[in-house]
Design a binder for this molecule. Structure first.
Ligand code: MG
Length: 398
């Protein structure tokens, strides 16, 4: 069996660009993959065109060796753009492997270790009461874990949103930490009084704090027993994480910016986190995410894979297949693609959610397809992520 072609698409059906690959073979079977990297989609697509030349004529069944071929093809360490492109290929090769074996990918990885993949939903509101109502609505739908935020990232610390200078350029968020630090414990005090102590609640700081601020917040949140506090600081700051750990027993989740296994080692070895937030899409696919989760296992670190709307339905399916199997599964962040008709037509069909658990489709491979013709109706739209600044104009995050 040989790879004959790799098609690369960037499509924007819902305001979010998705990078999609189709790996074609001489035996008619093909695999689908995804390399979406929010704000950098065109760059990943160009990288895939570059990788394609390496892979034409290769046997697609040798996914491990092809992973290393792509990795070693650049002498330099490769970062998020290369790693996302590599993931797109890896997903497609597992999809092909499953189709050949006539088995869903999770069966090839070891079979089901649980009935379904527990997910967390995103509750929000302008004040604690609105957040409470939003949490209750998700609980009624069967959610087992709910993330609670006032407003967007930065919560009540966001003082203003400034529109971009022209369409497509980044907007600006004006943030000051004082209000955020004071209001966030009050939010959880309200939620615990209203909902009791047993409901699983988490919160995403999105790296808006200094280590000392984050340690203070994690300590204030201790009485409210969070499922986890996510990304309190930037993931590179190991000294900062040690400081937080020394001062609070609030569970920590971190890692959606991680692209290399080496970045995980100190986090695991020193038990600086409880949940690792990698996305298989940004670390090199199923092949590498599985190895990272094996490295995490002896240190009691569980998965909480990144799964916001900036990853598409193919990446979600790949994450669900892997987390059906790994022993140290924690929770999966959930984006509801099935409720968007256009996404069900473009990616027939996204994974299903029932009573708070996600399920992989049981068709062979990843169980999801891609409608090329439809994708052409939704061309790429340039866009950048927002920039955070302080009130005096200083760029936020140091
Ligand atoms: Mg996050």
């Amino acid at each position: 069996m040989r790879i004959t072609d790799i098609r690369v698409f960037v499509t924007c059906p819902t305001g979010q660009n998705y990078v999609v690959t189709k790996v074609l073979t001489d035996e008619g079977v093909y695999g689908v993959g995804e390399g979406t990297l929010n704000g950098n989609e065109i760059v990943v697509a160009r990288c895939l065109e570059h990788i394609k030349e390496l892979l034409i004529g290769q046997d697609p069944r040798n996914s491990e060796d092809l992973w290393w071929l792509i990795y070693r093809s650049g002498y330099w360490r490769q970062g998020p753009i290369f790693r996302s492109a590599q993931s797109a290929i890896d997903f497609a090769l597992w999809d092909i492997k499953g189709k050949i074996a006539n088995l869903p990918v999770y069966q090839l990885l070891g079979g089901a270790s649980r009935k379904g993949v527990k997910v967390y939903r995103h509750a929000g509101g302008r004040d604690p009461k609105e957040v409470e109502d939003s949490v209750r609505a998700y609980l009624e739908q069967g959610a087992k874990v709910v993330r609670c935020q006032i407003g967007g990232y930065g919560g009540s610390g966001v003082l203003a949103h400034e529109p971009p200078q022209r369409e497509g350029l980044p907007s600006t968020v004006i943030f000051e930490p004082a209000k955020y630090l004071v209001e966030t414990p009050k939010l959880f005090e309200h939620l615990r009084n209203a909902l009791g102590m047993e409901v699983e609640l988490c919160h995403d700081v999105h790296e808006q704090l200094t280590p000392t601020e984050a340690a203070w917040l994690a300590k204030q949140l201790e009485p409210y027993r969070l499922f986890f506090l996510e990304d309190p600081i930037q993931p590179e700051d190991l000294e900062g994480l040690r400081l937080i750990r020394q001062h609070a027993t609030t569970h920590l989740a971190l890692g959606e910016l991680i692209t290399e296994r080496e970045q995980c080692l100190a986090l695991f070895r020193e038990r600086l986190i409880d949940y690792i937030r990698i996305a298989p899409l940004h670390v090199g696919g199923i092949t590498e995410a599985r190895k990272i989760m094996t490295l995490a296992e002896p240190f009691s670190v569980k998965s909480a894979f990144h799964g916001a709307g900036d990853l598409g339905p193919i990446a979600q399916a790949a994450a669900i297949h892997l987390q059906m199997v790994i022993p140290n599964f924690g929770v999966q962040e959930w984006s509801d693609f099935r409720s968007r008709e256009v996404l069900c037509e473009l990616f027939p069909t996204p994974c299903e959610l029932r009573d708070g658990y996600a399920y992989p489709n049981d068709a062979p491979g990843l169980g999801i397809d891609f409608n090329e013709e439809l994708a052409l109706k939704f061309p790429y739209k340039p866009g950048y992520l927002p920039i955070f600044r302080r009130q005096d104009g200083t760029m936020h995050r140091y």
